[in-house]
Write a protein that binds this ligand. Structure first.
Ligand code: GZL
Length: 335
């Protein structure tokens, strides 16, 4: 029987071809073009892409600091973008993170609506998304892994409940003006809702004007000036954050009225400048909203990257402050 064995040289050539083909197949499986998300930074670090609302308030500054410090502490490579309060900038940043194949994307949505398309792009790219601080109104809850932040309705409700208790003996109507946060944002929508539900308990309490000051001091001052010109009798200001309340202080003083006495002032956040105004008697009540989300965010990023289950919603611990409580708490405030 003729020797049917293949010549040695030919066998070697076939082995080389097989090895090359096998190596190519292995390389293709590891290619993240298959939508398997990121594969970590060059040094193996988890890469987190974060889109921040902007730098509109003391709360936002404290929130940004918390996120940056926590990323360093956690050994996470943070890619950070400031959207200057524009949704289109946040969408652009999220698309950049998808292109860069980061491991996890997190963001604080400046407004509640308009996120489904870009969140679907992240999902199709296999990159998990974490919402921090503010929520989105997407019906499809699979578009993000979890929400980490506050219960804004509760913050508004606590503010209203304090006012009901403190104005229960008032005679005649109590005229309230409201400085809303950024139009369309979850904190503005929910704080307004919670406050309105609470003050419905007392028909004397009437919101006579309500307008957005966009969470900034300048916005608060400008809108409060308009309120003061349009309404001779204002008894209460409810501001959705300290910064708008602090801006309003300038307008109230310029109008010859005493903040904290002629006009009762309720705000939300409890950043240092707001707590100082409360301790000084210019504000009357603050509902806290904690910006210190950094450490929890980093822990969640590691968990979702590892494919671990996380709760769909994680709420931060918060409290409220009166003038006396602010005096006691100020020395130990972290932000
Ligand atoms: C609330 C946050 C709000 C703060 C404002 O979690 O989104 O945005 O209350 C900030 O101070 O601008």
């Amino acid at each position: 029987m003729r020797n049917m064995r293949m010549p040695m040289a030919r066998r070697r050539a076939m082995a080389v071809v097989a090895a090359v083909l096998l190596a190519g197949a292995v390389a293709a499986c590891g290619n993240s073009d298959t939508g398997s998300g990121g594969d970590g930074g060059d040094d193996g670090k988890l890469v987190l892409g974060f889109s921040q609302v902007g730098a509109e308030s003391g709360w936002r500054t404290a929130n940004t600091n918390s996120i940056k410090e926590a990323a360093t502490e956690a050994g996470i490579e943070l890619k950070f973008d400031d959207a200057q309060q524009k949704q289109e900038n946040q969408i652009k940043a999220i698309r950049n993170y998808i292109q860069q194949k980061v491991d996890v994307i997190a963001f604080s949505p400046v407004v509640e609506s308009g996120w489904d398309t870009v969140l679907k792009e992240a999902k199709d790219a296999g990159i998990p998304v974490i919402l921090t601080d503010r929520a989105v109104d997407s019906a499809d809850k699979s578009l993000y892994k979890t929400f980490l932040g506050s219960d804004f309705v509760k913050e508004g409700r606590l503010s209203g409940e304090w006012l009901v208790e403190n104005k229960k003996d008032a005679t005649g109507d109590v005229n309230i003006v409201e400085l809303q946060g950024t139009t369309g944002s979850a904190p503005a929508n929910d704080r307004k809702k919670g406050f309105a539900e609470a003050i419905a308990a007392d028909p004397k309490l009437k919101v006579i004007a309500s307008q957005s000051g966009d969470f900034t001091r300048a916005g608060g001052k400008q809108v409060m000036e308009q309120f003061l010109k349009a309404h001779p009798k204002i008894d209460v200001l409810f501001a959705h954050n300290d910064d708008m309340g602090l801006g309003a202080l300038e307008a109230i003083t310029a109008a010859g009225k005493e903040p904290g006495k002629d006009i009762t002032i309720i705000t939300i956040d409890a950043v240092k400048d707001g707590m100082q105004a409360l301790a000084d008697g210019k504000f009357n009540f603050i509902a806290e909203c904690s910006p210190l989300l950094g450490p929890q965010l980093m822990d969640l990023a590691k968990k979702v990257h590892a494919g671990e289950e996380v709760p769909p919603r994680i709420e931060t611990e918060e409290t409220t402050f009166t003038q006396e409580q602010a005096k006691e708490a100020l020395p130990n405030r972290k932000y």
